[in-house]
Each structure stands twice: as structure tokens, then as C-alpha cells.
Write a protein that binds this ligand. Sequence first.
Ligand SMILES: [Zn+2]
Length: 388
Amino acid sequence: MNKSDNKNEKKCKLCNKPYTYNYELFGRKCLKNLYKNFKIAIPKVLNKENYFCTRIAWRCHKFFLNKDKKYALVQNYIALDYLKKINNENFISLAQIIQSNIDEITAFNKKYRILFGDFTLNDFYRAYNSYKDYEEFNIKLDKSNINEDIKKNDYYEMQEDYKKYKEAIKKIKENQKNINVKIYDLYDESFLDACEVIFDTTKMKSPIFHLAFYNLQREFWKIVVAGGILFDMKLSAYLLIKSIDLPEEKENEEQIIDDEYVNKILFSNKEFTNKINSYLNGEDVNIEDSNVTFNDKDLFFSLHNVTLKIKGNKNKLGIWSLEIELKDKYDFTDIIWFNGYANKDFTENIPKALVSSTLNNFASISSAYDVLKNYKFTIKIKVNSYRM
Ligand SMILES: [Zn+2]
């Protein structure tokens, strides 16, 4: 199916799968499971979703809620239910926040929240399902002949690694404030080794580690990479952070970047302005050029296969008004990003280790964790007084 056909596609808040039925939160299959899990008999009403939400509201002793509040309540309620089932001490504070969300939803209160922070209902759904798998795994492990000491050692080792990671990050954070420290000096093999702990795929199945690593990987990419290695590569950092912050449901949508900050980055780049200038002949310009590539470090890192459109005209004083568009795809599964970078001779500033397979692996693991998302984007730039 063509991706652009799915523009108005709805995704189930629980399983995140697309559905077309006329419900607002859940696909039909998930709704049926919810009825079953909360032991509510399926009624013969037309809107079974709304009925379900009303019943949950009653269960919370909440009446006369408008629809938005009711639907928000239900999402908090389901998330809390998952946390209660997982029943792990690491989730106590999480559960408290969600409980207070539920308490705050009343017919009179204007403010209400659906979950909090970056969490979606799908995160809780996945955490719970991973937990079930993990439990099964533990039961199997208990029945197996692996002795208790080995199991404990594993956990201990993990804690030690985590301590190393925390110290490594602390060092980076402290030094980022100090401009005099050459930021690249802080990154070496031992640093990457210390960070490896949060990219442990074997822990992905555990809900505790999954949530923890998800957040720590975000921290890694934001602070360590975008703020550190890429600190003089502003467009690369900008696009990377966008990839981290992109909500899952927007992954298939093209992102329009219309940002003065990006314009500034591009127009202070010599190679970029030279490229633009090369198209500005005569009195007006209207071109579209595909497969445009760049060699400059930042542009090479961030733009891979650009379709460039320029439209504009020149006034009598030789000043151009321009509308520029750069279309590209930011794709981590592709990872031209690091591989391409390693092949280029840019490494004078950056230790080789950083562009080696280690960071590649981290990127693909973070894609699996859904921390890094691919997206199509168009950068739109309007300039009214451009001189060549
Ligand atoms: Zn679903």
C-alpha cells in the first residue's frame, strides 16, 4: 500500500496498529479484549467504545464527564491497571502520578492529563506484554538448572555497568559547560564501552529495563551525540533531535521544517550558498534538481539525497527574492549517516571509534527500541533580500 494513502489513518492507542473503524481510541479487537479484561459484558449499543468508557468512569465513581475527560480518564485507568498487574517497585512513583491524574479528572475541573511526559498508552501496553513474556521466561528459568548465584551475578554485573554509564555521562555533562575542554577528547573507546550497557538488547524484553533504557537512550542521543559529537554540526543535531522527539504516530507524515534557526544554519554555510548561487542566472529562476549532495561535514551528515527547488526573481538592484525547498528523508535503518561518514575523510576532529560500527550498532538498536525514528522532511526557506 502506498504510504501517502494513509494520511488520515488512525492508530489504536493500545497496540498502535492502524484501524479504520469509527472509534476514537481503540481498534475493535483491542476494545473486545478490554471488555474481557475489565469483565464488562459487551452491550448491544452502537458505540461500544463510548459505552466502555462510561462504564469505566462509573467504576471510578465519576459521573457527568464530558467525552474528552472520559476518554482521558480511561487511558489513565488502563495504564494504571497495567502497572498494578506488573506490580514492580520501580513503577510505584509512576503509578502514583497516574493515580493523581485520575483523581484530578472531575466534571468541574478544567485541567486534566492523559498520562504524562513522553509516555503513551502503547508504552504501558508494551511494558505489560513484555512483562508477561519476562514472567514466563523467569518461570522457565526457575525450573531450569541454572543456579541462583549465576542469576544474581548477572544482575550485579548489570548494576556495575550502569554505574560506569552514569559516571561517563556525568563527565560529558560537566565538560559540555566548559568550552575550553575539547569535547571530542572526552569520547573514546572506554566511554562507548560504558554506554554500551544501555544498548543491551537482551534486556529489551524486561519492562523495567525497557522503560529505563528507552529513556537513557534518548538521553544518550540528545546529550552525548547531538550536544557533543555534533556540537559544531548544527543541522545534523537539529534533525537528530527531531527524530528523537517525533511522536510515533507522525512517523509516516512528512515533516515541514520552517524554522528561522535552520535558515540561519544553511545561509551561514559556504557550500550551501555557493550551490544556491550556481542556480541564480538571469532575472528569475525556477528549478527543481534531484539527487543534490553536499560535501561539507554538517550538510553531508544531515542531507543525503536532496531534491532542491528554487523559485525566485531579482530586482533592479540585484537583490533576489527566493523560495527554496529541500526535500529529503532522515533514515536510520539506512545508516548512511555513520557509514558514509566513516568513509569520508572528516575524521580529523573525531576519534575513529565514534564513527565505527559501535555507533552504527547503537543507532540500529535505538531504532528497534523506537527511540530513533525515520521521517521524510521538507525544509522551506523564504528570503526576501538575498545578495549573491
Ligand atoms: Zn489495538
